[in-house]
Design a binder for this molecule. Structure first.
Ligand code: ATP
Ligand code: MG
Length: 787
């Protein structure tokens, strides 16, 4: 009762309040979408601080995105008149980065280590394959990177990876070589941030003891999407393993929703929830069943849909918000028409007074955004894309960042290779190969190998080195802004884009980089996550008895722990880290009232007044790559559940009969998810479904229209000839079954993944060896069975 009087707790229901005020100990809150999990987590932190049960420095909170972390900090500052500085709130990557910077010597990294994003990692792998003359056909760079990340996410170094066959043994060897390359260059990829940090805690008892003592309260949002390694990391912080026996300590509160687990493809393990309950002997499990976000038509739709999944922990969700508006369903003739309809609808909503920033357009694949963007752009509707090509991933920005990274660390070969000939300065691929050979022979960086290359190639390379050195000298003592401006000009990037007719956007983006840096310095004071241990932290470390060498098991205790004493990161390194870890939204768009475009994955945890879910078609959503097995399909359904539950008041679901994607036209059936929604909650904006059998006629008309404007078709119409459609008759018994090996005149050999529909409408999904996965209409496509 005393609790209820606290203003902090006033806006909570009894279950939420119980969760917020739980005594210290391990707790799991398992609850559906919009039930206030994140609100409970944030309020719990505020409550712990306000009641004096915890100091800010004792809090560690893990959020799924940087955006969520910022939001949590903002809310906390609004709730309490305290400095939130001492708290560690961030993503796993952000928190691990912070830890590694503080103990870089212990883990064998330069303090200024650079972070490779997915793109950088891929080019690093490509460089590796080339250097070791590995055939890319046999070991596609993407697969190699995927393999390496997979191993790391399981917590496995090369020596520990089971390799049952030659193929895997080769991959493991590549993993080993890749590690050596990264180490030499002083760079770490995303998965490495976690693995290194985990090993730091596991292998250095004093460090572990320090953080265990420090973080009395650990809180984790979106727990269902943690992977194996993240869970292991948490265990290091919140318990000890003695003789293989885990003894939990401290207080961990995890909140999650098994129905919203959507990152299995990246190694997330819902099983972590069960493990958590068991290994931490979780005494407190709280369920939240009231949804505060959505009206009941929306919520009923979500509930009905997810009920089709078999593997669920089972939760109920109700809302007191009343039925609200029906869920609107729209069928468009084509993706283009879908986009036009969407723009009209958005304009109408805006005219009716809805703020554009409260409208979200969600899609399954990034590739879908282009068509939507161009319509919004043409119509002059301000919009903002999240998670597509992030600002910091744009080519011109990456170039500028590469120069900046070279200023800090010339041995960063990824950056070196990226800009040694950009803007072009006559250094060809051949020269680069010679340089790479020399570097490998000498076991040194490309930078150091330059002096060993002679002739005119050597002169040119020397010129590049000199250029970087001049820029570095000029940078010393300068502000971040001045350094970036200097580099953008001095590197020749600005000049290059000025000469390029289409370089204007890129020049603007480079200017934007300067603004991004400015606001970074101003708002963040170099970025909370990027800065090394604050002074008090360091002091705490050196004073703790274990770190003074009392613990005989600590091989590198004592002064080593003091790694960060007196050192702070330069603003440049802090900014480069921020660039690698941040979503990097275009600052210019930030303040605008703009419609929000994003993938469903990126929408997790967010909410909007109106939500459009586009491209609800078989093969797209559910995605074709996930349809082959039950597990994949269930993950797609959870994804759809996440999408639906983002909506507060109004929800639109749309699909198109025909769509251009990846340069190909595809005929798509409406998503099966439509059939899983309760009819009573829906309203069809377009006449429902075409009558059976009309498919061929519709498609034929469409394809004639399209063939004038576009090339290739996914569907093979070659057999129709010019005489028009074959008379409508029963499709021949094709004899093609799931799993069959087939041959197609245009796409070659492939394996049938799935068959759908009957007779004339029967379609097969085929994974072609050379041409990827496609849906083909069996009545039309020339497929023959291969023995
Ligand atoms: P998700 O599963 O999507 O992450 P969630 O469980 O984290 O959702 P929140 O985002 O915390 O849910 O809350 C959903 C919405 O409901 C928010 O707008 C939140 O402010 C509101 N809300 C939560 N609890 C209450 C309450 N007791 N009274 C009024 N509004 C509430
Ligand atoms: Mg949430």
């Amino acid at each position: 009762a005393a609790g209820a009087q606290m203003p902090l707790l006033a806006h909570l229901n009894p279950e939420q309040r119980a969760a917020v005020t739980l005594p210290a100990g391990h707790a799991l809150i398992l609850a559906g979408a919009g039930s206030g999990k994140t609100r409970v987590l944030t309020t719990r932190i505020a409550w712990l601080l306000q009641t004096g049960q915890a100091a800010p420095g004792e809090i560690l909170a893990v959020t799924f995105t940087n955006k969520a972390a910022k939001e949590m900090l903002t809310r906390l500052s609004a709730m309490l008149p305290i400095s939130v500085r001492g708290m560690w709130i961030g993503t796993f990557h952000g928190l691990c980065n912070r830890m590694l910077r503080a103990h870089h010597k212990l883990v064998g990294l330069p303090q200024t280590f650079q972070i490779l994003d997915a793109q950088d990692q891929l080019s690093a792998v490509k460089r590796l394959l080339k250097a070791h003359q590995v055939d890319e056909e046999h070991h596609p760079p993407r697969q190699v990177a995927w393999f390496i990340n997979g191993c790391k996410e399981e917590g496995l170094r090369p020596d520990a990876v089971p390799a049952p066959n030659d193929e895997t043994r080769q991959r493991v060897e590549l993993y080993r070589l890749y590690e050596a390359q990264c180490q030499r260059e002083g760079v770490v990829d995303f998965a490495e941030l976690l693995l290194r940090s985990y090993e730091l805690l596991r292998d250095h008892a004093p460090v572990r003891a320090h953080y265990q003592r420090r973080f009395a309260h650990i809180l984790v949002d979106e727990f269902q999407d943690t992977n194996r390694l993240q869970y292991l990391w948490l265990k290091q912080l919140a318990g000890d393993v003695v003789d293989g026996q885990f003894t939990p300590r401290g207080s961990v509160m995890a909140v999650g929703d098994d129905d919203q687990s959507i990152y299995a493809f990246r190694g997330a393990r819902v099983g972590n929830m069960q493990d958590f309950v068991r290994e931490f002997a979780v005494g407190q499990q709280i369920k939240l069943e009231e949804n505060y976000r959505s009206c009941s038509n929306i919520l009923d739709s979500a509930n009905a849909l997810i009920a089709h999944n078999s593997r669920r922990l089972g939760k109920n969700l109700r809302t007191a918000r009343g039925p609200g508006e029906p869920v609107r369903i729209h069928e468009a003739e084509s993706d283009l028409m879908e986009a036009r309809w969407l723009v009209d609808e958005i304009r109408q909503l805006a005219a009716d007074g809805m703020a554009r920033q409260h409208i979200a357009v969600l899609y399954r694949s990034n590739a879908q955004s282009r068509a939507l963007e161009s319509q919004l752009f043409n119509a002059g509707v301000p919009y903002r894309v999240y998670g597509g090509l992030r600002f910091f991933e744009r080519a011109e920005i990456k170039h500028a960042l590469a120069y900046l990274r070279l200023l800090e660390n010339p041995h960063d070969d990824t950056s070196f290779a990226r800009v040694v000939n950009f803007p072009p300065r006559g250094i060809g691929a051949r020269t680069l190969e010679v340089l790479q050979d020399a570097a490998r022979a000498a076991g040194c960086s490309l930078w150091d190998a330059v002096s060993s290359v002679g002739g005119s190639a050597g002169t040119k390379l020397g010129g590049f080195v000199a250029l970087v050195e001049v820029m570095r000298e000029r940078s010393s003592g300068q502000s971040l802004r001045a350094i970036i401006e200097q580099v953008v000009e001095g590197s020749g990037l600005a000049g290059h884009y000025r000469q390029d007719k289409e370089g204007e956007d890129r020049l603007d983006n480079l200017k934007e980089l300067v603004s991004a840096a400015e606001s970074f310095v101003m708002q963040e004071g170099f970025g909370r996550d990027a800065v090394a241990l604050p002074v008090d932290e360091t002091a705490a470390l050196t004073q703790s008895p274990v770190s003074q060498g009392v613990d005989p098991d600590a091989p590198m205790g004592g002064p080593q722990l003091d790694a960060a004493a007196g050192e702070t990161l330069s603003p440049l390194v802090a900014f480069l880290t921020h660039a690698a870890l941040e979503a990097g939204d275009n600052q210019a768009q930030a303040g605008q009232d703009a419609v929000q475009l994003m993938t469903v994955h990126a929408s997790k945890g967010l909410e909007f007044d109106a939500v459009f879910i586009c491209g609800l078609e078989e093969g797209l959503f559910p995605h074709e790559n996930a349809m082959a097995d039950q597990g994949g399909l269930e993950e797609e359904r959870r994804l759809m559940y996440v999408a639906i539950t983002r909506a507060r008041k109004r929800l639109y679901l749309s699909h198109a009969q025909v769509r251009m994607l990846h340069g190909q036209t595809r005929y798509n059936m409406a998503s099966r998810f439509f059939d899983e929604l309760p009819e009573g909650a829906l309203k069809h904006l377009t006449p429902q479904r075409r009558s059976a059998g009309s498919f061929a006629t519709d498609y034929r008309a469409y394809s004639e229209r399209q063939s004038r404007v576009s090339g290739g078709f996914d569907l093979d119409y070659s057999s129709l000839g010019s005489a028009g459609l074959p008379a409508r008759k029963e499709a021949p018994a094709h004899g093609i079954t799931q799993g069959a090996q087939v041959f197609h005149t245009k796409f070659g050999e492939g394996r049938v993944l799935a068959i759908e529909g009957q007779g004339e409408d029967a379609r097969a999904q085929v994974a072609f060896t050379r041409h990827g996965t496609k849906w083909l209409a069996l009545a039309i496509a020339k497929l023959t069975l291969v023995e």
